[in-house]
Design a protein around this ligand. Structure first.
Ligand code: AMP
Length: 533
């Protein structure tokens, strides 16, 4: 049987091809028939350019219906899709093109000159353009080709996509995902989250990332129903579309932003059956506030580029705040110490995963791949966590975030949770910075409620200067009445609750934490900023 992922989706498309697949911001709908025909034309074009199965198609484009069709056309033709964040700069693109050696690079109209130059230097034969409005030479070149295309035969173990990890240290690594990996996770999530005939997903995530491209779009394509396909997250627009939707997927920042709107509440969610959060930790405060406001409980799940989703809170049963739920069917999750010995309940250790969804390795990095898998085939996620007696998993942080001070391990999350619970504190990030005596010194960076929007150091500015992508969200409205704890207040409060070695040596205040496009706090930037002080 053909294991091409597109063939799986096509088998799930509705019989009535005039049914909507994507509904755009201007109200235009792309039907399933449109998607089939447009992906057919584009697949014919890609083959005509001389690309062979297994060749890469790189795309650094805005989120449009045509961009999603390009993804589908690529896998349908048997090529390997390589999505790139539009925020990447010249040197980053040069690296990805040089490393992945795609046969075709599709870029935005405004990047065409640079794209063509970088492609030439990397030996990429073809460059086409897709504008932010979904037009351009890619569409023009595909137009004369027939709509019909026989989906290429692919085996489960053959590659469908390479996604470069956002790696905070060293070279960004290309995670190789097969048709079998993606199909396994798509089937699991579609069933686990109870997708059904009446579902309409509100899609506001970017599609260069596992969350928006695979988790969200695959659930819809497996379901053969419609999604509102919006270019970006916008709380006001979400408020308009939520009453017409049944499922929403977002990063925690989206939920914080929704809650900032007094218009958001049970009425906005009258048709909604499921809110899913992931890609970064959801604060307990957000989880509780959301429940209070809407009567609905956010379902938090956990996963990564290297394998899609690994765990999820249950659809039916207890969704426990502060946890990422239970291992998904088909994925084994275990917590081990540094020698790979299994830990018992509630002990903090390294999270490892195994399953059909887990990727097959890093592109052209066989040594790195070997290092990241155990001899019995588990992938070392680099995340640290613990499992409760009844199987719920909590993420404590990345192992790279672990602070070792005077030879003792400090888990930032433990301290962050205590600081976050202090009156007047919105959120915090705890890092280790080099220290002459202790090796590393525990350092806290805190956002006070009263200071949001005020003139305090904006750590996110540093992100922008470094070419990163700061989240443009302000995390809360200024609250003039909130208490405003000082450095000594924070330290005094922690001293009552924690062993001395865990107490931050310094507490810095900022108006916003630097975050990447997926809402993750960029601790590497904080380490750079405060490491020199
Ligand atoms: P990415 O590959 O960009 O999706 O990043 C994956 C990483 O995001 C994981 O290894 C975790 O560190 C983090 N992550 C994803 N989901 C969650 C979650 N629900 N809670 C905490 N961290 C998460």
């Amino acid at each position: 049987m053909n294991k091409n992922l597109y063939a799986l989706f096509a088998s799930r498309f509705p019989k009535d091809k005039s049914a909507a697949c994507m509904i755009l911001a201007d109200g235009r709908a792309w039907t399933y028939g449109d998607v089939e025909r447009a992906s057919g034309r584009m697949a014919n074009l890609i083959v005509s350019l001389g690309l062979k199965p297994g060749d890469r198609v790189a795309a650094q484009v805005e989120k449009t219906a045509e961009a999603l069709v390009l993804y589908l056309a690529t896998i349908r033709a048997g090529m390997v899709f390589l999505p790139l964040n539009p925020a990447y700069q010249r040197s980053e693109i040069a690296y990805f093109l040089g490393d992945a050696k795609p046969g075709l690079f599709v870029c935005r109209t405004q990047s065409l000159a640079v794209g063509a130059e970088l492609a030439k230097a990397a030996g990429v034969a073809h460059v086409l353009e897709l504008s932010d409005a979904g037009t351009g030479s890619l569409i023009d070149a595909a137009a004369p080709f027939p709509d019909a295309f026989e989906t290429a035969k692919r085996k489960r173990a053959e590659l469908a996509a390479i996604l470069y990890t956002s790696g905070t240290t060293g070279r960004s690594k290309g995670a190789m995902l097969t048709h079998g990996n993606l199909a396994a996770n798509a089937k699991t999530l579609h069933a686990y989250w109870h997708f059904g005939r009446n579902d309409v997903l509100l899609h506001m995530l970017p599609i260069f990332h596992v969350h928006g491209l695979f988790v969200a779009c695959h659930c819809v394509l497996m379901n053969g129903t419609a999604m509102y396909f919006e270019t970006k997250f916008d709380p006001a627009r979400a408020l308009q579309l939520l009453p017409e939707s049944t499922v929403f997927m977002g990063v925690p920042t989206y939920y914080v932003r929704l809650l900032q709107s007094s218009a958001f509440g049970a009425a906005s969610c009258r048709r909604m059956r499921l809110f899913i959060s992931g890609s970064a930790p959801l604060l307990q405060e957000t989880f509780d506030e959301f429940q209070k406001r809407t009567g609905l409980t956010i379902l938090e799940r956990y996963g990564m580029t290297e394998g899609g989703m690994f765990t999820s809170n249950p659809y039916i049963g207890e969704r426990r705040g502060g946890t990422v739920g239970l291992p998904l069917p088909g994925t084994e999750v275990r917590i081990v110490d540094d020698r790979n010995a299994l830990l018992t309940h509630d002990e903090v250790g390294n999270i490892q995963v195994r399953g059909e969804n887990v990727f097959v390795g890093y592109w052209q990095m066989p040594d790195k791949t070997r290092e990241e898998f155990t001899s019995d085939g588990f992938f070392k996620t680099g995340d640290m966590g613990r499992m409760s007696r009844d199987g719920y998993i909590s993420i404590i942080g990345r192992s790279k975030d672990l602070v070792i001070t005077g030879g003792l391990n400090v888990y930032p999350k433990e301290i962050e949770e205590l600081i976050d619970a202090m009156p007047g504190v919105l959120e915090s990030a705890v890092i280790g910075v080099p220290h002459p005596d202790f090796g590393e010194a525990v350092t806290a960076v805190v956002v006070r409620k009263a200071s949001v929007g005020a003139g305090e150091t904006n750590a996110a500015k540093t992100t922008a200067q470094q070419g990163g992508r700061a989240n443009d969200a302000l995390l809360a409205v200024a609250d003039g009445d909130a208490p405003s704890p000082s450095e000594s207040d924070v330290i005094a409060s922690l001293k009552q609750q924690l062993a001395n070695f865990k107490i931050p040596k310094r507490v810095h205040f900022v108006s916003e934490l630097p975050r990447n496009a997926m809402g993750k706090v960029q601790k590497n930037i904080l380490r750079q900023t405060y490491g020199e002080n």
